[in-house]
Design a protein around this ligand. Structure first.
Ligand SMILES: [Zn+2]
Length: 256
């Protein structure tokens, strides 16, 4: 009875944790505040910065897989920029998310997604994408993306912004909107979330294996060592029976 209860509690705990995680990661942002308008006119918060060099992409081979993906990426991003310039923030976001899926390392896409959320008045989600933009920009300057970095330079028309000024501008911009940058969680990357889930499942599996396989086995082994002369230990209920009896005195099951 005790073991059954413990199992039930454990299973409900696992279920609860998993449900909570799912909710945290997928609940849509419900905050909307359409009255807020960006007061920044420095040119930094402009989608124009991210119009990519389409001439260089046209020169690229479309037959290779990478070339095709890159062309698709540039098309999605450019389409998104046109949509956002026409105030169609929601449609623009769809394009930007498609581009982000193809090439997650490119920081500009996260910036544009942030702008599109801000345009719709969803400041909290916008802040998360501004944050992930900054993280990706820092990774870019730190040389973390050895393969992507040359392509980003190749596609960018103007000079790529440095990290510290970009961080200051974003921080100030968010402060104007009433958000503190240091308190913002970055937007999740799908792949990372998946890894997180797998790790969690492995941890739960490990916990279950230890509690229900390893610990009982060790307990049984220790009990077996403590069995006095002339007795045997029942594998089912753990009660001692005399050697004379071939069935357990407690549960009547035969000796194994
Ligand atoms: Zn027994």
């Amino acid at each position: 009875m005790m073991i059954f209860l413990k199992k039930k509690i454990l299973y409900s705990a696992c279920f609860f944790i998993l449900t909570l995680l799912l909710l945290c990661s997928s609940v849509p942002q419900i905050y909307a505040d359409a009255d807020r308008v960006s007061s920044d006119d420095s040119g930094f918060f402009s989608y124009r910065r991210f119009l990519l060099d389409t001439k260089s992409i046209d020169a690229m081979s479309a037959t290779s897989g990478t070339g095709r993906d890159l062309k698709k990426f540039v098309k999605d991003l450019t389409d998104g920029v046109y949509l956002i310039s026409g105030g169609q923030n929601e449609k623009a976001r769809e394009k930007f998310f498609a581009a982000r899926k193809l090439w997650p390392e490119y920081f500009g896409t996260d910036f544009l997604i942030a702008m599109a959320y801000e345009g719709s008045g969803d400041i909290d989600t916008a802040a998360r994408f501004y944050k992930s933009y900054l993280i990706k920009l820092r990774d870019f300057h730190n040389g973390k993306n050895r393969i992507s970095a040359p392509i980003i330079r190749f596609l960018s028309r103007g000079e790529i912004e440095r990290y510290s000024p970009a961080e200051k501008l974003v921080e100030g911009h968010l402060a104007d909107l009433g958000v503190q940058l240091s308190a913002v969680r970055p937007a999740p990357v799908t792949a990372n979330l998946l890894v997180y889930f797998v790790v969690l499942l492995l941890l739960i599996a490990g916990y279950l294996a230890i509690t229900y396989v390893l610990v009982p086995r060790l307990k049984r082994r220790r009990r077996r060592k403590l069995v006095p002369e002339g007795f045997w230990l029942c594998e089912h209920c753990g009660v001692l029976s005399p050697e004379l009896s071939n069935v357990c005195v407690e549960c009547r099951k035969p000796r194994l």
